[in-house]
Ligand binder design. Structure first.
Ligand code: NAD
Ligand code: UGA
Length: 453
């Protein structure tokens, strides 16, 4: 089937950038991204391209090129479904917080709602593409809903997981390591291959059966997160032995079998997916009675929790076992640099730990709003304890300690002497990203500690 109209349900961190790039690279295909969230759609349609709901370097340029030409953002879900030959489902699949599988399984209610809506609305044959990250064998459930509640039209299901990382979404989409398409109908697979072939080399478009594709996505995230937990586990050992985790990472990364990427020790991984997807993998393994497999992967998350709490514990211990009433400046709130996304950010855990110790936490992040930071904390804590600043020098003024939670490049360019002069003494820096020059910081007079050295 030649695709002329694409609909994507879900205008989030994946749906927005992914569809913007498809529209940019395929000017002959109309792409409509729909969402129930009106505010989000309004923001995608904002005339000021700096105010799109997702901050990603280069995304404004892509949207500028395609929006209004063949890229549209709308809340009219039914209309977009009706007009499209191919429908991507790119809604959220968070960890389920109730009932069976609470705290582990993926909550598939949004996926099921999409499937039922597609079935109800579709009056012609459709290819339905799983873009969201899903438990292996979800395509079976989607197919059953479509076939049993639809209008007798034909549905083909494909799995096309997304591998972009936030902060580099546009370059990842322009130059993917691979595009994965799982399915059991050659014609449907070919239709999607042709979309990507507008800009991705054919040898990078991998086709598999639908179950391999679904499972590969969870596996890729589990392997990536496992590398971070592995190097973080070694970071704790480094701190006890005078080994330096940066040197260890470099030494092992030069082995081409290991590779140098994803070996940065840190305050712990965050983001909306690593923890959720590993817990989902653990749940799936358990549901098949594979308890050793489940325990093996669960340890990656346990190690990550340990790393986050270890970081805050170290701050309290170093500050003479009390931070009560002390001003602690937190630089960075996003879960990594170059994104405004804060989901599962290690900064949230660290702030909660410090607030529980009655510290006066003051936060600065270049891209995250005060509202978002307060929203992230408000479930459990009194907002008055936390302050959010827009000037890093003011935030650090009179602080007893600075904690670096996100590896924003701008932190490296600060006048650290000026910051030191304005702080309470001794002036402590806890570098959760190994971002700053240890030697220089010590020469200025900071009591500086980094992860894993
Ligand atoms: P998100 O929360 O940013 O966006 C999801 C959007 O779907 C929301 O705007 C929500 O309003 C909308 N939505 C939910 N149900 C809907 C419905 N029935 N009809 C219309 N709209 C609906 O989520 P995200 O970060 O874009 O992630 C989406 C999926 O992609 C998840 O499964 C995630 O695991 C996966 N994924 C995410 C990333 C990432 O970097 N964030 C990368 C790869 C894969
Ligand atoms: C990750 C994967 O990299 C993507 O391929 C995947 O598509 C995506 O999850 C998803 O499914 O959502 P993302 O979470 O956006 O992407 O960002 P990463 O670059 O993977 O970073 C995740 C976390 O690990 C961040 O908190 C980061 O700071 C941390 N990290 C990463 C480290 O602490 N050390 C490293 O060496 C690498």
């Amino acid at each position: 089937m030649k695709i002329k109209n694409i609909c994507c349900i879900g205008a989030g961190y994946v749906g927005g950038p992914t569809m913007a790039v498809i529209a940019q690279k395929c000017p002959n295909i109309n792409v409509t991204v729909v969402d129930l969230n009106e505010a989000r759609i309004t923001a995608w349609n904002n005339p000021d391209f700096e105010k799109l709901p997702v901050y990603e370097p280069g995304l404004d340029e892509v949207v500028k090129e395609a929006r209004g030409r063949n890229l549209f953002f709308s809340t009219d879900v039914d209309k977009a479904i009706e007009e499209a030959e191919m429908i991507f489902i790119s809604v959220n699949t968070p960890t389920k917080m109730y009932g069976a599988g609470k705290g582990m399984a993926a909550d598939l209610k949004y996926i099921e709602l999409c499937a039922r809506q597609i079935a109800r609305v579709a009056k012609s044959d459709k290819i339905v593409v799983e873009k969201s990250t899903l438990p292996v064998r979800t395509a079976e459930a989607i197919k059953s809903i479509l076939d049993n509640t639809g209008n007798g039209v034909n549905f083909q299901i494909l799995s096309n997981p997304e591998f972009l990382a936030e902060g580099t979404a546009v370059t990842d989409l322009h130059n993917p390591d691979r595009v994965l398409i799982g399915g059991n109908n050659a014609e449907a697979i070919q239709s999607l291959v042709e979309v990507y072939a507008h800009w991705v080399a054919k040898d990078k478009i991998l086709t598999t059966n639908v179950w391999s594709s679904e499972l590969s996505k969870l596996t890729a995230n589990a392997f990536l997160a496992q590398r971070v937990s592995s190097i973080n586990a070694i970071s704790e050992l480094c701190e006890k032995t005078e080994a330096d985790v940066n040197e260890v990472a470099k030494a092992i990364g030069m082995d081409s079998r290991i590779g140098s990427k994803f070996l940065k020790a840190s305050v712990g991984f965050g983001g909306s997916c690593f923890q959720k997807d590993i817990l989902n993998l653990v749940y799936i393994a358990k549901s098949y009675g594979l308890n050793e497999v489940a325990d093996y992967w669960e340890q990656v998350v346990i190690m990550n929790d340990h790393q986050k709490h270890r970081f805050s514990k170290n701050i309290v211990q170093t500050l003479y076992n009390t931070v009560s009433g002390k001003r602690i400046a937190m630089l960075g709130w996003a879960f990594k640099k170059d994104t405004n996304d804060t989901r599962e950010s290690a900064a949230i855990t660290v702030a909660q730990d410090l607030i529980a110790e009655q510290a006066k936490v003051v936060v600065y992040d270049p891209k995250v709003s005060e509202n978002q930071i307060k929203f992230d904390l408000e479930q459990d804590h009194d907002n008055e304890i936390i302050e959010v600043g827009t000037n890093p020098y003011e935030v650090c003024k009179k602080a007893h300690a600075i904690a670096i939670l996100t590896e924003w490049d701008e932190f490296k360019t600060y006048d650290w002497q000026k910051i030191y002069d304005s702080m309470s003494k001794p002036a402590f820096v806890f570098d959760g990203r190994n971002l700053l020059d240890k030697q220089k910081m010590k020469e200025i007079g900071f009591v500086y500690s980094a992860v894993g050295s």
